[in-house]
Design a protein around this ligand. Sequence first.
Ligand code: RBF
Length: 156
Amino acid sequence: MKKQNLSAYDPADIPVLHNKKVAVITAQWNVEVTQSMETACVETLLKHGLTVDDIMQIPVAGSFELPYSAKHIAKNRKVDAVICIGCIIQGETRHFEFIAQATANGIMQVGLSCEIPVVFGVLTTNNMQQAMDRAGGKHGNKGTEAAVACLKLLAM
Ligand code: RBF
């Protein structure tokens, strides 16, 4: 089966969008990873018609805070979509499974309940190397992919 890697997307597949407001919420745990994803995400949104004023960048403590803040922004600010960026890395304890599960479920629920696109740009990796490989390394940048997913949903 063909591997899905939207980092190498065809720009022609994505319409240029105007007057769309997007919030990019970024967890600050493993910030070297999430910062790189956020930058790639914002650059991609800017390439496809959004302006700096259309993009709201919001830092939150960790990935566990992403669902609540996504819901808060979706309900209280005039945004057309929310992109959640985070990086959860497996440690010695079971925190990984609890945080990853809650974050994924929570983000999905916000999208369904608020009825706007809420994109899951959260890495769940075994180690830092796997995370770096996906944040501008050999597996592309999942921040770019989150932006592409968002733009495609906004164009639906
Ligand atoms: N947040 C992340 O975004 N990525 C992590 O890898 C991560 N690891 C954590 C490990 C432990 C043991 C704890 C207690 C928290 C961790 N968090 C992580 C933070 C979590 O998402 C959240 O910000 C805090 O639990 C406060 O609600």
